[in-house]
Design a protein around this ligand. Structure first.
Ligand code: SAM
Ligand code: SF4
Length: 324
């Protein structure tokens, strides 16, 4: 499946809920977001059907996200079901890790091999200040358990001047001591993120070089990889940077996103997309829906415009609602 700019789209990010058990200041309003009526949320069967419809179009890679994906009941069942679709080669999840440890066995049995865990600090009080929950130890235990269970673990940190800017090196040291990647993601001006100041990747890399010496750029692992990785001497894992603000990677974009209400979003920044729910519930055949998806994907925007303007068709919702 190619978009209008010749980019091959083989990656679907699925938001399974807009609910979350944390309140990260840059992502979620402190009193939460309005509840989506239960009937407006795609069922697990509908999510499965969307994957079945999109796999013949060339979708090979899935990522489950949210909100917090692990607050959605029976997610492991959905993962097991999509894992049995022959063309699906890679299933990953982005989670805050709070509920990961108790779900780890079921997720691994279902076919989950890779997990990105959000961790913005190694300091207990800062963790509570950012997320509203005294849960650092619980998340650290989940990180170690996932790693020991043989999952590929990547940690995601969004550095913000006001929140965690002084704890970057402590996070980087996790990649020195453990076989896991630590990635720094530039804050995007989405929802609550507009109230904070992100720290550019170059500044963080310069700080880490000053502390740990020079590093080598690691080879790119897969097409559409959004992170640039670096290897520091003596580190077991890699340090990664996802830099949507300072190094746009839109020309290699290979993804579309499914929101919890069934909108297939073509780009994180824009509202443009196609509402799949009325098609799924309106008696359309798989083939008809496939045609509609193909036509929509051809309209995928060329690039985000976070830095340039806040256009009228920008998605105005919070990250937790869009699906991160
Ligand atoms: N709850 C899960 C988690 O925290 O990993 C999955 C959803 S969360 C929205 C996905 C990722 O988006 C997290 O790593 C979070 O730090 C990141 N994120 C949230 N708001 C952001 C923003 N404005 N800019 C960049 N990343 C953001
Ligand atoms: Fe929840 Fe993830 Fe947003 Fe934090 S970043 S509030 S864990 S959805």
């Amino acid at each position: 499946m190619k978009d209008g700019f010749g980019r091959e789209i083989d990656y679907l990010r699925i938001s399974v809920t807009d609910k979350c058990n944390l309140r990260c200041k840059y992502c979620m309003p402190q009193n939460g977001v309005d509840n989506i009526p239960h009937g407006d949320v795609l069922s697990l069967e509908e999510l499965y059907r969307v994957v079945r419809i999109m796999e013949p179009l060339g979708i090979k890679k899935l990522r489950f996200t949210g909100g917090e994906p692990l607050v959605r009941k029976n997610l492991a069942k959905l993962i097991g079901d999509v894992n049995s679709i022959p063309g699906i080669e890679d299933i990953a999840m982005t989670t805050n890790g709070v509920l990961l440890r108790e779900n780890l066995d079921a997720l691994a049995r279902a076919g989950l091999r890779r997990v990105n865990i959000s961790l913005d600090t190694c300091d207990r009080q800062t963790f509570e200040r950012i997320t509203g929950y005294d849960g650092l130890e619980r998340v650290m235990n989940a990180i170690y358990a996932a790693s020991e269970a043989g999952m590929q673990v990547k940690l995601n940190c969004v550095p913000c001047r006001e929140l965690n800017g002084d704890g970057i090196d402590a996070l980087a040291q996790l990649a020195r001591d453990k076989r896991l990647d630590v990635r720094f993601i530039e804050l995007m001006p989405i929802g609550c993120g507009r109230s904070f100041h992100g720290i550019a990747s170059e500044e963080i890399l310069a700080g880490l070089k000053a502390k740990h010496g020079p590093c080598k750029e690691a080879p790119c692992e897969r097409r559409g990889e959004t992170a640039r990785y670096y290897l520091f001497d003596g580190f077991l894992g890699r340090i990664g940077f996802i830099s949507p603000m300072s190094h746009k990677f839109c020309s290699d974009c290979n993804r579309v996103r499914l929101t919890v209400e069934g909108r297939l979003k073509l780009c994180l920044h824009y509202n443009d997309g196609i509402e799949l729910k009325p098609l799924l519930r309106g008696g359309k055949s798989d083939e008809e829906i496939r045609e509609r998806i193909l036509a929509a994907v051809r309209r995928k925007p060329q690039a985000h415009a976070f830095s340039e303007h806040d256009g009228s068709n920008a998605d105005k919702r919070k990250m937790v609602q869009i699906g991160g």
